[in-house]
Write a protein that binds this ligand. Structure first.
Ligand code: SF4
Length: 331
């Protein structure tokens, strides 16, 4: 008899870990995937998949996901998170993957009534409709409270293997985690930057200036961001890891580095004149605690990730008030 395999939407959160491990404990084949975008960073999912012996596939859906933010059918949550459209989209992408992974249906860790907006019965229905594959979706943690879909009607999976968890509490999930021996899982918050208010402020700023292209959005998750003019932004790495990441993903603009002093890297996007460069250097130098008053700054021009020219400018520390004027943050 053919065994039927599920593709699992995996976020790295407890519910998605439970859905995968529960189905596997019942003998079903599961292929977990994480869909990444500039604000859906895969590190947490990769980390908790590894800790729980889950083989995870990570797929980049950045370009398509960014388009969801323009006009989501079911609107946004508290931030810029279009959760219903996002879930529907992810099921759709997972369905497209099915023929290539020899899979027949889809599962997720959604729990009925857990999230105020996206996991109410109606919302789940809308998610299913948006996916275009409503009849192939199974939510193992709550499926006994939901209409049977094809995998149940056809007997690919047994109804007795489905659960009836619902509501906002976590006790049932924690008990299930204990039963399955799952001890490594993250706290409920986190995972999607579209719910982070400072990230949303930065994204709104890009949208307002019609700069919400993939390169600019890719930079948003790292560093401090400053809006200098309608066209020009400055980004300053907050630590070594951010400096390295920004350096790796920065494609076009200027990169700043102080001569003779260890410290952050700066990145400037947009066409700028001498006065704006001076402003950027004045802010940049304020983030160098080791520079006493002034320093020479290497200014590298980057095009298509390659250094194409270099100049040196002198920057002098001024009033820290300047930071508050240009920093894109609620502070
Ligand atoms: S929180 Fe973010 S990743 Fe999760 S459903 Fe909402 S938009 Fe998608």
């Amino acid at each position: 008899m053919k065994t039927h395999k599920a593709i699992a939407l995996f976020s790295g959160g407890l519910d998605s870990i439970l859905a995968v491990k529960w189905m596997q404990s019942k003998g079903y084949a599961v292929h977990p995937v994480f869909f990444k975008a500039p604000y859906l960073l895969p590190e947490r999912a990769i980390n908790y998949a590894a800790k729980n012996a889950i083989d995870l596939e990570v797929i980049d859906v950045s370009e398509e996901h960014i388009k969801l933010l323009n006009n989501p059918v079911y609107g946004f949550g508290k931030g810029l998170n279009p959760c219903i459209d996002c879930h529907g989209f992810m099921f759709k992408k997972a369905a497209e993957l099915m023929p290539y992974r020899d899979a027949d249906f889809l599962i997720s860790g959604e729990v009925l009534g857990q999230r105020p907006k996206s996991q109410k019965r109606n919302a789940m229905n809308n998610v299913s409709k948006l996916s275009g594959v409503k009849d192939l979706i199974v939510r193992p943690l709550s499926q006994n409270l939901l209409p049977d879909t094809l995998p149940l009607r056809e007997g690919w999976i047994a109804k007795k293997d489905m659960l009836s968890i619902q509501g906002r509490g976590r006790l049932a999930q924690l008990a299930l985690a204990e039963e399955l021996g799952i001890v490594d899982f993250p706290s409920p918050a986190g995972g999607c930057l579209l719910t982070d208010r400072n990230y949303c402020l930065r994204l709104q700023d890009l949208k307002k200036h019609q700069q919400d292209d993939l390169h600019s959005i890719n930079l948003l998750a790292y560093g401090r961001h400053f809006r200098l003019t309608e066209e020009v932004k400055l980004i300053i790495g907050r630590d070594e890891a951010e400096n390295e990441t920004l350096k790796n993903i920065f494609r076009e603009g200027l990169m700043l580095q102080a001569q003779d002093y260890m410290g952050p890297l700066g990145f400037i996007t947009g066409k700028l004149n001498f006065a704006t460069l001076d402003l950027a250097l004045a802010i940049f130098i304020l983030y160098h605690p080791k520079v006493p008053k002034s320093a020479n700054i290497e200014v590298w021009r980057i095009s298509n990730k390659q250094i194409i020219s270099q100049t040196i400018k002198t920057a002098t520390k001024g009033d820290r008030e300047i930071i508050n004027k240009y920093l894109i943050s609620y502070l």
